[in-house]
Design a protein around this ligand. Sequence first.
Ligand code: FE2
Ligand code: FE2
Length: 178
Amino acid sequence: MISPRSQIALFDFLDQSHRDLQRHLLLLRATVEACQTQTLDAAGRRQARTVLDFFNGEARQHHLDEEAHIFPVLLASRDEELAAAARRLVQDHGWLEENWLHIAPAISALSTGSQWFDHAELQHALEVFEALYLDHLLLEESLAYPEAQKRLQAYDQAGMGREMAQRRAQTRSATAPA
Ligand SMILES: [Fe+2]
Ligand SMILES: [Fe+2]
């Protein structure tokens, strides 16, 4: 059972992950824009490496967090709209991964000072990635997170109710005359 305190920590953590995602989307855009007019200096190459590491690591972990702990709550609900939203969000993760695999080799090249890639293709891939990510984060924050949080609270309350009933039943059987 998830306690209310750990629920707050869980959703605070997810919100923080979204802020980190948005910050790195801005860094990614800044990196792509900078390379169109100049060769990246050492700071620019470090920034490209930071962006690469974030989307290869933390962003993928965030998707796994949601697939393990948030979407199953919505898929298990009897609300078809919520279940459909959860299926769409899982599908988005697949599209985001595919989009990122189009972008990552160019960012990796930038982190080592190389620019062998097609700039127009990179720009287009970035626009698709940003649009899908922002739409995805919006659906999670407006629907998936609040609905999952509500259902985890309801689950908690059901668990508390069961514990109270069981404790009373145990007390009754312990004090019943033999
Ligand atoms: Fe997600
Ligand atoms: Fe998310």
